[in-house]
Design a protein around this ligand. Structure first.
Ligand SMILES: [Zn+2]
Ligand SMILES: [Zn+2]
Length: 239
């Protein structure tokens, strides 16, 4: 079945995202827009996934758990997981790879951790938009070991992307897919057998996608989407 997806959204734990990107607001907006599956992918953090997952279950929106990890090359890599627990465990290990610099709220914004009632229950101490000390290959290795899949984020953006920072698509690691930022021109590069995913990279509620990008899944679920991405990766690996 055709499922409308937006697999790159930021919640209020990302300092650059609006504070009203709360679990209920994100899921509520996805519901209003008629999205079938969303992914919340905060910068180097997964702390809001449990709350988003609870709200999503109640509102019958499917949540693919994810995170957007910054490599030491300053390239953004999306990592997706089958379950929230796997994602949170991975997110906690990624946080340990950030430098110890504390967030300055006045400059970068708040890093709010929320419960399913949209109450702030904590705040992340370290600045989340720093680069980790991990290479792209190391992120891929850790992600695989944690049961996840990597997607190269917004490859058509001039910064924090494979093409913007490296200038080419590396042969290794093999990603599950390549993400294209919907608000920028298509990438001027041969993407081979890679599946291209379009996403909003929304940091504000109004930027969350409409029903505009669809994937054909056997059923409307996050697990089906994860398995779909896994199959995409297997296809690339065999080419
Ligand atoms: Zn990014
Ligand atoms: Zn992002």
């Amino acid at each position: 079945m055709k499922c409308a997806v937006d697999l790159h959204l930021h919640s209020c734990v990302s300092p650059c995202a609006d504070d009203d990107m709360t679990p209920n607001n994100i899921v509520g907006m996805a519901y209003i827009k008629g999205l079938d599956v969303i992914a919340v992918t905060d910068h180097n953090a997964t702390d809001n996934l449990p709350a988003v997952a609870k709200v999503a279950r109640e509102m019958n929106v499917c949540l693919l758990p994810g995170i957007e990890v910054t490599s030491r090359e300053e390239v953004h890599i999306l990592c997706y997981f089958r379950g929230v627990e796997d994602a949170v465990r991975f997110g906690n290990s990624i946080y340990d790879h950030l430098p110890p610099l504390a967030n300055n709220r006045a400059i970068f914004g708040n890093q709010l951790v929320m419960d399913e009632e949209d109450c702030a229950v904590g705040e992340k101490e370290k600045l989340l938009i720093q680069a980790t000390d991990l290479s792209i290959a190391e992120i891929d290795g850790l992600c695989q070991r944690a049961g996840g899949l990597c997607v190269a984020a917004h490859i058509n953006r001039s910064s924090n992307s494979l093409l913007g920072n490296l200038g080419f698509l590396p042969k290794q690691p093999v990603f599950a897919a390549l993400e294209v930022y919907r608000a920028a021109p298509a990438p001027a590069v041969e993407t081979g057998s890679y599946k291209i995913l379009y996403a909003s990279d929304a940091h504000r509620l109004g930027d969350i996608s409409e029903r505009e990008f669809f994937l054909d899944l056997p059923e409307r679920s996050a697990e089906a989407l994860f398995d779909y991405l896994k199959a995409c990766k297997a296809r690339v690996a065999h080419d």
